[in-house]
Design a protein around this ligand. Structure first.
Ligand SMILES: [Zn+2]
Length: 342
């Protein structure tokens, strides 16, 4: 399984800042120890042109040059620095690269089927501004770029159909807004009804959960949501935001999922995608445990499961690299693809 890593690109924060920056290094180390089979890559930086697929170029420029307005920086919650801009670009680049590795497999130098970015999931960022610890919307940029790259393979077919499954405890408001008029990207968000952002956007499917929601209620809601998604949309690719902030020990989450409940959540998503043979890229999103070890343990567990499913993809062999081109297609289209590439 290919994993893209940004831990060298630390965001400098003032002492006492409430964003737990060091969780990324801890998670990277834990994953490296427990899953030695992972193939590590340094996350590349997304270019200004790539970022402009989902962002206003003036906003991209302002972040890159440190000329972003003070009220926007305040809403993001991080002070600007060269390192902050670099990390923001790397975090998007990691998600792009994970999507490519999952979707295009060997063609993109990856194993195919399943890949991850050990950062990303910055779903509160809008086209023209960041918010809530999110500078750029990595998932939105990556979804648009994968559609553009896939379009080269299939000139006359509709755009790649992307499902964004956002199980961070906060609503994916930026993502919902960016794709609100785009029928080729399905946005699903399960989130705490009374949590940030207090003004919600409209996803294709929103599931608002009450404070204190536990495992059973959550998993039932997730099952229904995944069924609903599949009824109204035929995804070809999945981007999964595996936020750890649904945990009962989270400072910001307000829900009460146990570690086992979160493992069951991840398994449901991976199984759902696997049964449809949909390539999947996982990004981390939030996690603000009272005990940072809990956040790391939850996300390590997400990696364990992802790795298990990555191995199933490997058992398909070279088929993995062809999957995205044929998953959605009838057998005649499958023949067309082989003919074109013969
Ligand atoms: Zn969150």
């Amino acid at each position: 399984m290919d994993v893209f890593d940004t831990h060298h690109f630390v965001l400098p924060l003032p002492q006492g800042h409430r964003f737990p920056m060091h969780k990324y290094q801890l998670l990277r180390d834990a994953v490296a120890v427990h899953l030695p089979g992972i193939c590590w890559h340094e996350a590349p930086a997304a270019s200004a042109g790539e970022l402009a697929l989902a962002h206003d170029p003036a906003y991209v420029h302002a972040i890159q040059t440190g000329t972003v307005e003070a009220h926007i920086l305040k809403e993001i919650g991080f002070p600007w620095s060269v390192a902050m801009a670099e990390r923001a670009c790397r975090s998007v680049g990691g998600t792009i690269a994970a999507c490519r590795a999952a979707l295009f497999g060997a063609e993109a130098g990856g194993a195919g089927g399943m890949a991850a970015n050990i950062a990303g999931g910055t779903h509160h960022a809008y086209a023209d501004r960041g918010s809530g610890f999110c500078v750029f919307n990595d998932v939105a940029v990556a979804a648009r770029l994968m559609q553009a790259e896939m379009a080269r393979h299939r000139r006359s077919r509709p755009p790649l159909q992307v499902a964004i499954i956002d199980l961070d405890v906060h609503q994916g408001n930026g993502t919902a807004h960016l794709f609100q008029d785009d029928p080729s990207v399905f946005t699903l968000s399960l989130h705490g009804e009374r949590n940030f952002p207090f003004r919600k956007e409209r996803s294709d499917l929103d599931v608002a959960l009450p404070d204190g929601c536990g495992d059973d209620e959550y998993l039932h809601a997730l099952d229904l949501a995944l069924d609903t998604l599949a009824q109204g949309f035929e995804p070809e690719f999945v981007i999964y935001l595996a936020g750890a902030d649904v945990h009962e020990g989270d400072r910001l989450g307000r829900l009460k999922l146990s570690m086992d409940g979160i493992e069951a959540r991840d398994r449901r998503v991976f199984n759902w995608a696997w049964q449809k043979r949909l390539p999947l890229a996982m990004v981390m999103a939030g996690g603000y445990g009272h005990r940072i070890e809990d956040t790391v343990a939850i996300q390590l567990n997400s990696y364990r499961l992802a790795f298990e499913f990555a191995q199933r993809w490997q058992s398909l062999g070279t088929f993995a690299s062809l999957m995205p081109l044929v998953t959605h297609a009838a057998s005649t289209k499958r023949r067309d693809w082989h003919n074109r590439n013969a």
